[in-house]
Write a protein that binds this ligand. Sequence first.
Ligand code: FAD
Length: 500
Amino acid sequence: MQENIQATPQGNKIQKITKEQYDVVIVGTGAAGLYAALNLAPEKKILMLCKRELLLSNSALAQGGIAAVMSPKDTTDSHFKDSMVAGGYTNDPNSLRVLVEQGPEDVRKLLELGVDFDRNSEGNIHMTLEGGHSYARILHHRDSTGLAIVSRLAELVCQLPNVEIAEHAMLVSVTPLNPGFSILCMDQSDQLVSVCCQQCILATGGIGRVYEYTTNSAIATGDGIAAAWEAGASVTDMHLIQFHPTAFAGAPGRERFLISEAVRGEGAILLNPEGERFMPHYDSRGELAPRDVVSNCIIKEARFLKKENFYLDITHKDSDYLRRRFPMIYEKLLEEGFDLTKDHIPVFPCQHYLMGGIDVDLDGQTTLPGLFACGECSHTGVHGNNRLASNSLLEAIVFARRAAAVINASEPLDHPLQPLPIPVQGTAPLARGIRTEIRAIMQRSFFVTVDYTSAKQGLQRIREILHSLRTEGHPITRDYIEAKSLCIVAKLVLEEVLKD
Ligand SMILES: Cc1cc2nc3c(=O)[nH]c(=O)nc-3n(C[C@H](O)[C@H](O)[C@H](O)COP(=O)(O)OP(=O)(O)OC[C@H]3O[C@@H](n4cnc5c(N)ncnc54)[C@H](O)[C@@H]3O)c2cc1C
C-alpha cells in the first residue's frame, strides 16, 4: 500500500555512515523519532536510521487524527477517564496523566511548527469525535493526519545541521558499553557498520507484520523491541495487541487498508452478513464502543452466523460531505471498486496496534540506562489493555519530547567511545518461508481471541525456529534480521498469552 512513498527533502540525508561516534542515535523516523530529533539540543550530534524511505512508517498511515484537550469546554479529566474506560482501567495513571495534561502543549507545538490541521469556516481548528471519546477532541488533516504530521516534521528535521539521516539503514543490534552503546546497522549498500553513541532512542514502531493481516506498514516487524530485549531491556505486555474492527476486507494482500474510526464517528453503522445492524444488541455505545469491544462483537457475531462478510454503511450521509471529509479513504475504496457514498464497504478486524513493548518510565528511559524508547515500540502504560483512538500519535510526541529533555540535561561523557568490531558472519543460507510460518502461527494462535492449543504448539515451534536462527551461523541480511525480530516478537507475545 505504501510502497510508492517518496522521501521528501534531501537536506541532511547521507548516503554512507562514515562517522564512528555520535551523541545520540535515533532509530526510526516516524512521529516519535522525528519529534525527538526536533527536541534534542542543537549541539547534539545525531544519527537517524530508518530501514526504508524516510516517510514509510505507521505514522504516515495514521488517518483519524491526534487527540488532545484544546477546547475550554473539554477537560483533561474527561480525556483521562475515556482513556481509562477504553483501557479497562489497567492504564498506568501516572503516565496517562502526563499524556493528557502535557499533550495539548505538544499539539500547540505541532501547530507552531506548521502542521496543517483542518479548520472550520471561522478559521478555528476542526475537532472531530471518535469511538470511546466523550468529546470532539480529535485534530485531523482530512483523513491523512499522520502523513501531514510526519511530512512537516521531516521537512524540519532535514534542515537541522546537527542531524544526519541514513535511509535504508537497518538496526541490527544495540550493545550496552556502560556507558554508551555500540550500534550495529546495515547501511544502504547492505554493508555492516558499527557506530557508538552516548544515548540511543528506539522509535521503531509496531509489530503488525508478525500477523498475516495487518493495517501496519512494511517496516513494522518489531526490530527495536527485539533488539532491546536481546540487549537485556525489560519488555512486557506484548500480548496487549489491538485488533482494529474495520479494516477493508475487499482486496487481497497482507497490508489491509484501514477504514478509520472517524467514519463511525461520523455516523457509519456496522451490518452483519444478513445485512442487519447488530452492535446495539451487544453494547449500548453501538458502533462507537471501544475497538476491542467492537472487534470482539464482530468475531462473536461471525461465529454465531458462521459467516465473515461484514459491512460498514455510511450511505445515509450527504455524499459531498463524505467526499470532502474522507478524500483519501473515498479514493482508495474507489480504486478497489467501492463507492463509500453508495456502497456497503466490506470490513473485518485485523491486527492494528501494540499496547505493550519496551518498558519505559515517564521520560522514555528503558531499564538500560541511556537507552530510550518512544512511540509504538515503547510500553508507557498509557493505553492499558486497549488504546483509545488517536491517543498513540499523542503518546509518540509527548514521550519523545520528554526523552529528549532528559538527554539534553545529561552530562556529556569525558572520554571517547569505541564501537564494537563487526561480528564475523556465518555462511549457512537462511531457509525460505520462516516469516510466513511465523505469521501463520500467530494468526492461528491469537487473533482477537486466543486459541490455547494452537498457542502452545506455536510457541514450541517458535522457540525451535529462534534457536536455529541463533545457532546455525547465517549471514546477517535484511531477511535474517526481520525473521529473527518476528520470531522474538512471536515468542514474547505467546509467552504472555500462555502465562495465566
Ligand atoms: C493504518 C493506521 C492508522 C492509524 N491511525 C491513527 C490515528 O488516526 N491516530 C493515532 O493516534 N494513531 C494512529 N495509528 C497508530 C500510529 O500511527 C502509530 O502508533 C504511531 O504513528 C507510531 O509512531 P512511531 O514513530 O512509534 O513508529 P512508526 O511511525 O511506525 O515509525 C517507525 C520507524 O522505525 C523505523 N524502523 C523500524 N525498524 C527499523 C530498523 N530495524 N532499523 C532502522 N529503522 C527501523 C522505520 O523505518 C520507521 O521510520 C494508526 C496506525 C495505522 C497503521
